[in-house]
Design a protein. Sequence first.
Length: 288
Amino acid sequence: MPRAPSKGPKSPASTQEPAWSIPSLREPRYSQSLERGLAILSCFTPKRPVLGIADIADELGMSRSTTHRYVITLVALGYLEQGPSRKYRLGLRVTDLGMAALNSTGLREHAHGYLEELRQRSSYTVSLAVLDGPEILYVDRARSFRRGQGASNGDVTIGSRLPVYCTATGKLLLASLPEAYQRELIASLKLSKHGPNTITSKRALREELDEVLEASFAVDDEELAKDVYAIAVPVRNAAREVVAAVDIAAPSSMISLGELVDALGPHLISTADRISARLGYRRDDEQD
């Protein structure tokens, strides 16, 4: 356990509408270029997070030269980024749109009351975060009211980003990624030391992620900062996908990492389960 105890290309002669075409929406002011750009972004899914030009062109029935032109534009605008393998994945501008969508669909609204309840029960800082490429992005945060917990609070606020590899939330979300995307993302990381126990070896990081995946929780054992512990567990949606993570952080002067896991871990899991239920997730024993 973690340290703490295709579709083929369409024929050019085909008269069938391409996959990205929506004829019913067309009118004189309709922008086919915008439609194509959005269709390219829609090709990227949790199961296919990294795609090449040929993959996208075949999926949409577009020529490779046209696809490449659109992709280069989306890269320049920040909606796509090119990885080490010269393939593409969604960029940070898409994350910004996703955050706006999360806010509008009520992720924070669903979660905030539960975060506050756990903060009151534990007296420690509780946070909700999502994956943002090589970083985590804080969606909501209920700060500790305890005196002396400033070290674990730091300057982190809603909208703050932290490295994915040295935070409990980041490792939990990284471990939950599809294997190909996880491998690509780890390859792009530069592991630098933040706390006394920061993982700086990619092999060690991969081994840790295997343990996190098996245990369904992750810990931060002074990896982000000295004297700060944290534990994180997943939040899932109706499709059983990990879409966010909830964590609880505390100073080492107030609680040991083992106590944090054993005493507060069950309460953290309960909080995450209730948020997940609000998003439509059902455990195996709740399925019809």
